[in-house]
Ligand binder design. Sequence first.
Ligand SMILES: Cc1cc2nc3c(=O)[nH]c(=O)nc-3n(C[C@H](O)[C@H](O)[C@H](O)COP(=O)(O)OP(=O)(O)OC[C@H]3O[C@@H](n4cnc5c(N)ncnc54)[C@H](O)[C@@H]3O)c2cc1C
Length: 414
Amino acid sequence: MPVMTTPEVLVVGGGPGGSAAAHWLADLGHEVMLVEKKEYPREKTCGDGLTPRSIRQLLDMGFDFDVAEFHHCRGLRAYSGDLMLELDWPDHPEFPSWGGVIRRADLDQQVARLAEKQGAVIRDHTAAAPIIEGGRLSGITLTSDGETETIHPRVVIVADGSLSRFGRALGGSRDKALPYGLAARAYYSSPRSKDPYIESQLDLRDAAGTSVPGYGWVFPLGDGVVNVGVGVLSTFHRWKETNTNILMDALVSSAPDHWEISPDTALSKPRGGKLPMSMSVGPKVGANWLLVGDAAGAINPFNGEGIAYAYETGRIAARHVHNALAADDLGLLHGYQAEIDDTYGLYFRTSRAFVRAIGRPGVMKVLTGTGLRSKTLMEWTLRVMANLLRPDEIHPAEVAYRALERIVQIGPEP
Ligand SMILES: Cc1cc2nc3c(=O)[nH]c(=O)nc-3n(C[C@H](O)[C@H](O)[C@H](O)COP(=O)(O)OP(=O)(O)OC[C@H]3O[C@@H](n4cnc5c(N)ncnc54)[C@H](O)[C@@H]3O)c2cc1C
C-alpha cells in the first residue's frame, strides 16, 4: 500500500458524488484524497443514462465525450402502452440539449481520473471507516489488503452511496415519511443499440396487470447492448408485494419489437438497488463532515436520476468546504445545507407531492393516457421531470410549474 499522509480533506467513495467533490476541491487548491473501496473499473448497478444535467457537470469537469464507450442521445421516446411520443431534450441556456448512455464502470473510472488530473490523490481498493469519540468524528481508518492505518483529515466528505454505512455511523438517517425507490436493471443484446433516443415505458404493470408508479426503460449503449430496467416508488399502494424481477420479465416481454429483446438475448441477470430520494437523508452536515449524492438521498423522485445530483451536491459541498477552510471556521460547513435547501427544496417538495399522487390507484393511468395524447403536455412534463425548466423566460410550462410550486408552498407537506 502506498504511504498515506493525512490530507486536508478526505472523500469517502469514488462514484459521481465523491469524484466531483474531489475534483472541485483540488481545483480550489486543496489537498484532497479520495478513497474507493472497490477497484476501478468498478461496476455499479445503474441504468447508465445521463440527462443534460449530468452532461453539463461532465463538460465542466472536462470529460471527453469522444470515446467509444459513450453513446450520444438526442431525447426520450416515451411509451404508455402503445401510445408513443419522441421528445428531444429541450433548449436551455444552462444545459446542453443532448444526453447519453455509458456503463458506470467506464464513466466513474474516467471521472475519477479527471479528479486525479486536477490534483486529487485517488486510492481505490481502500475502505474507510469512521472513528467516533465523544459523538464526534475524530479520525478515519483506511484499510487496504489487510493493512490498516489511521488518518485525521480536517474535513470528510461522505459519498458512500445509497447504503451509506459511513454516513449512518455519523448519524445520517433517512426520513421514513418520504418516498424512496427500488430499481433493477439487466443488459440485453439488441440490434437497435445505436438508437438516438433513450426509451421509457410509463405504463408499468405488475404481474396482476395493475398499473405501478414508476417506469421501465431501455437505454441503448451503442455497442450491440441495451440496459433494460424498472424503477418503482414506495408510494405504490401495493408496494410490499412489489417484485422488480417480475416487473422486469413483464417489461421485456412487452417491450416494442424494434429492440428485439427476449429472455434469450439477456446478457446478465437483473441486479437491483435502492434509490434514496428527495434529499431525504439528514443531517447532511456535522462538525467536520458533509453527505453528498445518494448518501444524502439526492435522487430526483420524478425520474430516478441520481448521477447529476451526485455531481452537483459534490460540487456544492466542495465550495462550502473551501469557504470553511479558507476562513478557518468549520461552522461555515452548514452553508452547504442552506444551499441545498435553496437549490432543491421547492423542486423536491413539488416532486414528492407528485409521486404521492401517482401512488394512488388509477392516477398514473390517467396521467400517462392523457399526457401522451398531448405533445405540449409531454414536453412540459419531460422538462419538469428532468428539472430542466428555464428560469429566465415566461413560458406556459414555467407558469404552470410556478403555480404548482405555489400550491405546494402554501399547502401542507404531503
Ligand atoms: C437500478 C438503478 C438504476 C439507476 N439508473 C440511473 C440512471 O440511469 N441515471 C441516473 O442518473 N441515476 C440512476 N440511478 C441512480 C444512480 O446510480 C445513483 O444516484 C448514483 O450512483 C449516486 O452516486 P454516488 O456517488 O452518490 O454513489 P455511488 O455511485 O453508489 O458511489 C458510492 C461509492 O462509494 C464506495 N464506498 C462505499 N463505502 C465505502 C467505504 N467505506 N470506503 C470507501 N469507498 C466506499 C462504493 O464502492 C461506491 O463506489 C440508478 C440506480 C439504480 C439502483
